[in-house]
Design a protein around this ligand. Structure first.
Ligand code: CA
Length: 230
């Protein structure tokens, strides 16, 4: 059973999130402060954390950064008010995989949680292809990417995005397609998440550029992205 952690100081929102997620078959913990969240996350490996950025004790972005550092495989979803767009960018850069704006619509939240958990569960062995673009190897079975034996440390969504790009190298892929296929099949709304993940992937690919022929992610203005060998 997937283990979820809700970090939310608002009693009403917190109890709605906790009970709805429980009703959908998840094991759910609920903490009301950043310090308590970090403490329980140090003891338990959560599969997914819903993190309110406006917490009473610590800066939510700092909590996000520490959760990411200590729980590299957990999916981190930040909750923030619609008016605080900067929080989203800063939160994504601090390690969040996704975000939802408040007021949270329960149906959307449950759909998003389901999509994230489906992708973090291990894929069945045997049917998973090994993708090769230049010297970049993307092993979709073990979910590892490497260049000439040097592994590229990737977060869950970064891996999914790279794997999708590497599935059709040299092809233009629209932003909408990437959002639908990597994040949610019924995606609607802002796509800032995509830009932040592309930026992170570019940084990580640049970090292994001296190891071999490493593809780059080219921006196609007004359309999307393309993974190509330089
Ligand atoms: Ca709050």
């Amino acid at each position: 059973m997937p283990r979820l952690l809700v970090v939310e100081d608002d009693e009403t929102i917190g109890s709605v999130l906790e009970s709805s997620l429980r009703a959908h078959g998840h094991q759910v913990g609920w903490e009301r402060t950043g310090r308590d969240a970090l403490r329980v996350a140090a003891e338990t490996d959560f599969d997914l954390v819903l993190l309110d950025l406006g917490l009473p004790d610590l800066d939510g972005v700092e909590v996000c950064r520490q959760l990411r550092a200590n729980n590299p495989t957990a999916v981190l979803v930040i909750l923030t008010a619609r008016t605080q767009e900067m929080d989203v960018v800063v939160g994504l850069e601090a390690g969040a995989d996704d975000y939802l704006t408040k007021p949270v619509r329960l149906a959307e939240l449950l759909a998003r949680v389901r999509a994230h958990l489906r992708r973090v569960s291990p894929a069945p062995a045997g049917a998973q292809p090994m993708l090769e673009v230049g010297d970049l190897l993307v092993d979709t079975g073990s979910r590892r990417a490497s260049v000439a034996g040097t592994e590229i440390p990737l977060r869950a969504k970064e891996f999914d995005l790279l794997a999708r790009l590497a599935t059709t190298p040299e092809a233009a892929i629209s932003r909408e397609t990437l959002m639908e296929q990597v994040w949610d099949e019924n995606w609607f709304g802002p796509t800032k998440t995509l830009d932040v993940h592309v930026a992170a992937l570019r940084r990580k690919l640049a970090g292994v550029a001296d190891r071999g022929v490493v593809p780059r992610i080219t921006t196609l203005r007004g359309h999307g992205y393309r993974l190509e060998v330089p």
